[in-house]
Structures are given as structure tokens and as C-alpha cells.
Design a protein. Structure first.
Length: 303
């Protein structure tokens, strides 16, 4: 009996393009994925692959998007960080306001980027349809700001679910849905290991595209301290979730900022390399798991 492989694709903005390299390496080794759960950028890539399980097609579509008008109108290029800027969402948000990159921000605004622009981008990448109709069972995760709970979407409009999952706090306004106020899935589930297990997977490959290195703070101010605290919280939370996976993959994205989409080739290569290095372990564990399930199945059928 073959183990049911679940792929948990973590959040990380542009670093999440490493997921494309992960999927490429798995395809090359004929390791088929049975379930996918994604958070934020992991939800974008995961939805695309769940609908069309061919990594070349998905990658080509993403590259065309990054080189097209839809990406330009999204406005993310205006938010590119300086070389010395920390990689945290919170820090970058403070820097954007301080430097007045975005002008005329009213006090009543709940996001910098218009929701319509994010929606347009997702529509360009993810096909319309119901989540239940994907070729690979898929779940997108978001966070309810009112309850602090993770919301898992396994049915309903897939484009809307991905928009909810990828709405970076402070940059995209939260969404009212079914009595909830939804924002980025990374807030509570940076790597949705538990969520992909709930789909039915019993062998989990988890991909964490969080930063690998943190630069020491030099004469930090209040914002720097709050930012670093937020960054460390996310790192620790992701590690705790990763510990429940059978295979942990952490591409070497160094301290890349979440918005450096121009480095997509580097991130994809990092994802491929990190996964390729784990292939022998994946195959050994899959073989061991298959043997275990076969023994259990044999015992059950004999009764």
C-alpha cells in the first residue's frame, strides 16, 4: 500500500517561488503528490499545481506573469526594499510609510495595495473553479483576525480562497467572510503541515521558505526591535510546525526579502537543490512507510 503523500507549501512571498523548484525535483524523481496545502505564496503555487500538475506549464505561466503587465500594475516593484532593510513584513510596512513610497495613505486605510489588484494577479495565475475540482486535492489556509484561528478552504471558489490566503497584513486589507476577518495564512500557519494531514495525507513533505540567515542588529531602534521580535516569532512557529512532517525541506533563500520577485530563478534553483538533496531520504522513508502500511493492511484483512 502506497503512502498518501501530502505537500505543505509554506509562506514567504517571492521566496515561495522556491516551491516551483521543489515540485520540479519531485517530478523528476516520479514522486507523485496526493495532497497539497498552501499558505500565502504556497497557496498560489499549490493551487496552480493542483489544477495543472505539470511543473513546466506552471513555471512558464508564473514567469510570463512576472514579465507581464499584470505584475507591473500590482505595484509591488514600488515596494522593493533597500539593501539594508530587514526582511520582515512588519518592518517593511513601517519603512514604506516612513519613506513615503506610497502617498496619501489615509488613517482609515487597512492596506496599501488595493484588493482588486491582488485579485487580478491571482486570476492571472489560478484558473477559475471550485477547490473540489482540482486534479490534486488542495487546501488554502488563511487566518481569522477575530478568533486567531486558521481557516482552511477545501471547497468554494479557488481564486477567492487564494486571495484570502495571500493577503499580507498591512499591505492588503483583510476580508470579511462568513463572519470572519481573514488575512494571510502565514500569521497562524506559515507551513500548513497539520492542514495537509487533515486532507488525508499520511506522509508529509513540508517546505519552509522562511529566511535562512538573520543579520545582527546594530544600534536598533524601537521598530527594529519589534520587527526582529516578529521575525523570530515566525521562524519559531514555522520550525514547530515543520517538526511534525516526515520530510523537512528548507531551500537556501538566505535573508532574501519577501518582495524580491526579480530573483525568481535563484529561488527556484534553491528549491530544486534542497529537494534533490533530500531525495534519497524521501525514497527510504517512503519505502519504509509502504512496508508498514502493507503489514497493517495484511493484519486487518486476516481478521
Amino acid at each position: 500500500m502506497k503512502p498518501k503523500i501530502g505537500l505543505a507549501l509554506g509562506s514567504g512571498g517571492a521566496r515561495g517561488l522556491a516551491h516551483l523548484g521543489v515540485l520540479k525535483a519531485l517530478e523528476e524523481e516520479h514522486i507523485a503528490v496526493d495532497y497539497i496545502a498552501g499558505s500565502s505564496m504556497g497557496a498560489v503555487v499549490g493551487a496552480m499545481y493542483a489544477q495543472n500538475p505539470d511543473i513546466n506549464t506552471v513555471t512558464q505561466k508564473f514567469v510570463q506573469f512576472l514579465n507581464g503587465e499584470d505584475y507591473k500594475t500590482l505595484g509591488l516593484k514600488l515596494l522593493l526594499p533597500s539593501n539594508d532593510q530587514p526582511p520582515s513584513f512588519l518592518s517593511h510596512f513601517a519603512q514604506v510609510i516612513a519613506k513615503r513610497i506610497i502617498v496619501n495613505i489615509a488613517q482609515s486605510r487597512t492596506g496599501i495595495i488595493k484588493t482588486e489588484r491582488l485579485t487580478s494577479a491571482i486570476v492571472s495565475l489560478v484558473d477559475d473553479g471550485d477547490i473540489r475540482d482540482t486534479k490534486i486535492p488542495f487546501a488554502a489556509v488563511a487566518t481569522d483576525l477575530n478568533s486567531g484561528q486558521t481557516t482552511v478552504f477545501t471547497e468554494g471558489n479557488i481564486q477567492e480562497a487564494v486571495v484570502y490566503s495571500a493577503s499580507i497584513p498591512g499591505f492588503v486589507a483583510p476580508h470579511n467572510f462568513d463572519g470572519k476577518l481573514l488575512t494571510d495564512g502565514a500569521v497562524t500557519a506559515p507551513v500548513p503541515v497539520f492542514e495537509v494531514r487533515q486532507l488525508g495525507a499520511n506522509f508529509i513533505i513540508a517546505v519552509n521558505v522562511g529566511i535562512n540567515t538573520i543579520k545582527p542588529l546594530d544600534n536598533p531602534n524601537i521598530i527594529d526591535i519589534l520587527t526582529r521580535s516578529d521575525t523570530l516569532r515566525g521562524i519559531v512557529q514555522a520550525k514547530l510546525q515543520m517538526q511534525h512532517a516526515d520530510i523537512q525541506i528548507h531551500p537556501d533563500v538566505k535573508d532574501a526579502h519577501w518582495n524580491e520577485f526579480d530573483r525568481y530563478e535563484e529561488f527556484m534553483q534553491a528549491g530544486w537543490e534542497a529537494t534533490h538533496a533530500q531525495i534519497p531520504l524521501i525514497k527510504r522513508k517512503l519505502e519504509k512507510s509502504a512496508g508498514f502500511f502493507n503489514r497493517v493492511f495484511t493484519l486487518i484483512t486476516r481478521r
